[in-house]
Structure formats: C-alpha cells, structure tokens
Ligand binder design. Structure first.
Ligand code: NAD
Length: 373
C-alpha cells in the first residue's frame, strides 16, 4: 500500500473509506496494485479546474489519465450524461478491467457510479469526494442514481466503489453555501448517533471549512457504520433518513414555480426542525432536547423559505418518498440528542402541525448566521 501499510480505513461494509492525509497516497498505491487496464477520471466543470491539479500533485500517475468532464450541478445527474460517459469510455477503448475514478461532489459520484455499474455490465469505480456532502455522505455506501422525468434518483443501483478517498484540503475552494449544505448532514449524524459530534459540528459550522474538516472522519465513520450494519437500507441505515421525510417534500416543493430553490441540506435542516417536533409530540423526545435542536438549527440555517410554502403540496410530494411503506408515512425520529429510532409510523396531521411549528419558528426567530448564497 505504498508506505501506508498499517493505516486502517473506515469500514463501510462493501468498501473501505480513507479519510485523512493517507487517503491520496493509498489511492496511488491501489492504482498500482489493482492495475486497471485503463483509469479514466470523471470530473465536473468545477472540480476539473479546482481539484484535478491538487489530485495530480498527490497522485502523479493520474496526470496522464484521460478526463471525462461533465457539466456541474444536479442537471448533470441524467441519462444524457451517462450516455456521454459510456460513449467516451468506449472511444477510449475501456474494457471490463478499466476503472472510473469519480472526482467531485455527490452528482459526480452518483452519476459516475451508475455509469460504471452499467458500462459493459459493470466496471470498477473509485470515489474522491470534493464537497463536504460527498465526503460525509454521498460517496459512502455504494448507492448510485440518476434523475429522470423530474424525479430525483428514479433510476439507480448499488455499486460499491473499490474505495472512497477523502482528502479534506479539497474543501478549501468550496463556497459557504455548499459548506452549510454538508454541515446539515453532519448535524444529522450527530443527532442520530453521537451527541458530542452534534455539539462539535454546531460550534464549527459557522466558521470556514477548516473548522469542519477535522470532524469529517467522524461523520464519515457514522455513515459507514450504519451502511455496514444495513447495506441494503432495510433497517438501521434508515436512521440516516432523519429530517429527510418532510425535508424531501420541502426540497421538491422549493423547485416549484414561485418558490425559492433550496440545496438538499437546507431543506433537510428545515425537515429536522419539523421531525424533531413530531418526535416530541409523539412523546419520544424530551422537550428540552427539542428546544436545543430547534434553537441550534434555526441559528445556523434559515427556515424562512418554508413561510410561503403550501403544506398540502409538501405532503403530496412526500408521497413520492421511497421511505414510506404502502399505507402510511414512516419517519426516523430522535429519542434524545445522539439517539434515534429508524422506523416510526407518523400520521399526516402531525406533519401539518410540525410545518406550522417550523413556520412559527421561522417568523419569530430570524436566523443570525444563516448561510446565504
Ligand atoms: P454537487 O455534486 O452538485 O456539488 C455542488 C457544487 O460544488 C457543484 O457546483 C460542484 O461543481 C462544486 N464543487 C465540488 N467540489 C468543489 C470544490 N472542492 N470546490 C469548489 N466547488 C466544488 O452537490 P453535492 O451536494 O456534493 O451532492 C449532491 C448530490 O448527491 C445530489 O444529487 C444527491 O442526490 C446526491 N447524494 C447521494 C447520496 C448517496 O448515498 N448516493 C447521498 C447524499 C446525496
């Protein structure tokens, strides 16, 4: 492993995660040891410019590797991008022993993982996440997907990368809004699994990514442990859905005409306020914990986009949520800061009341450090 022998990775079950200064040297070693017939780099327009020079400095062997560049942003998580990747892989003569190295945020790792899983019935991929969201969440766990017909993640499959290589210095160029996007998932990790991590993320999030970077390995480890325990998302991995049931409805509604588009983490932050209230209302969460959660999230994120939203539309859009078993809503809910239950049936009336609660918080409590574009 190129001088990195003895460095233990985080175990995500189907794949290892290296999160630290050893990550890129380990990647270099793997590329030598596994000797793919061809390594092709996938990057988006931003990561090609901002991250590939740093990657080449640490893994010089990649400097000569061909690069497939796709547009930046969620719109690239699409069939057209897959077709482009498949075509370029074929033009480059990539055979079944090739490897696609995905260098980017969740869009690049999701679409790249999907394209790798389907090209020639599946070639290997490896992920070098470059956003905070990618480092603590999207690149870990082997889920790949593209969006289709306006539905997020409509088509996808599980395809484990050979490894995830987390090099936090990539975060230096990440815009503040993207930092908070990832911080929302880190807060969630703390809330469902580790109260000390929750406190640490609250303290670090308002500062630059340099403050959050040391907390990345812990968040990655929480995600990895849940994935390892439940690779196919049938049980305990559903803890990661906290904030996402109502949050997904809010995120989807935010893209309706007349609303203010939100990043995933911004919607999830509002979702966490709502769902913590549901947990309190169902006597699962003490009032003091609800108040601490609400106050912390409202101080870091703006809840205001919820004010003009239509609750019935949010609930309708939640109906498309894969987390809902036939016949009812199922939420992951906290029982304390640092503990949660993965599957709790919830009545839609409680969702309406939770949205009213979060809207009242938004109006009464304008954010003091909300990250804005
Ligand atoms: P993203 O990939 O769109 O990246 C956000 C923006 O940051 C893009 O413009 C990108 O070009 C830019 N960027 C990336 N790295 C940068 C850097 N180091 N410096 C400057 N700019 C940089 O968004 P994301 O938040 O990383 O990922 C969101 C996607 O991840 C969504 O499609 C979501 O569905 C998916 N996701 C997947 C999983 C999973 O388990 N597979 C989990 C969570 C999210």
């Amino acid at each position: 492993m190129g001088g990195q022998r003895g460095t233990a990775p985080i175990d995500a079950g189907g794949h290892p995660v290296w999160a630290g200064p050893e990550a890129l040297p380990v990647l270099a070693g793997h590329l030598t040891e596994r000797a793919p017939s061809r390594t092709v780099v996938l990057a988006d327009a931003h990561t090609a410019r901002l991250c590939l020079p740093e990657l080449h400095a640490h893994v010089p062997a990649l400097a000569g590797a061909p690069v497939i560049e796709v547009p930046a942003g969620e719109r690239a998580k699409a069939m057209g991008t897959c077709a482009l990747i498949w075509r370029r892989l074929a033009e480059l003569g990539t055979d079944r022993h090739g490897l696609l190295l995905c260098v980017g945020g969740g869009v690049v790792t999701d679409v790249g993982g999907f394209a790798a899983a389907t090209y020639k019935r599946g070639i290997r991929c490896a992920h070098v996440p470059t956003t905070l969201m990618g480092m603590v969440d999207a690149a870990i766990g082997g889920k790949t997907a593209i969006d289709l017909h306006g539905v997020k993640n409509l088509v996808g499959l599980f395809h484990d990368p050979i490894g995830v290589y987390v090099h936090t210095p990539f975060l230096r160029t990440l815009p503040a809004r993207e930092r908070m996007n990832g911080a929302a998932e880190m807060l969630k990790h703390g809330l469902v699994a580790d109260a000390a991590h929750w406190q640490a993320v609250i303290a670090a999030a308002p500062h630059d990514v340099g403050a959050l970077a040391p907390l990345v390995p812990r968040s990655a480890a929480i995600k990895a442990a849940l994935v390892k325990a439940d690779p196919r998302d049938q049980g305990v991995r559903k803890l990661l859905n906290f904030g996402h049931s109502i949050g997904h409805g809010i995120e989807a509604h935010a893209w309706d005409p007349g609303q203010q588009p939100l990043l995933h983490g911004e919607a999830i932050a509002i979702g966490m306020v709502c769902e913590a209230w549901v947990a309190w209302r169902m006597d699962l969460l003490p009032r003091t914990d609800l108040d601490r959660i609400t106050e912390a999230i409202a101080s870091l994120f703006t809840l205001r986009p919820l004010v003009p939203m239509n609750d019935e539309r949010i609930i309708e859009l939640m109906g498309h949520d894969k987390k809902n078993a036939a016949g009812g809503l199922r939420f992951a809910l906290p029982t304390a800061i640092g503990r949660a239950r993965p599957v709790v049936p919830v009545h839609p009336d409680l969702v309406r009341a939770a949205l009213a609660h979060a809207r009242a918080v938004a109006v009464e409590n304008p954010p003091i450090t909300a990250a804005r574009p």
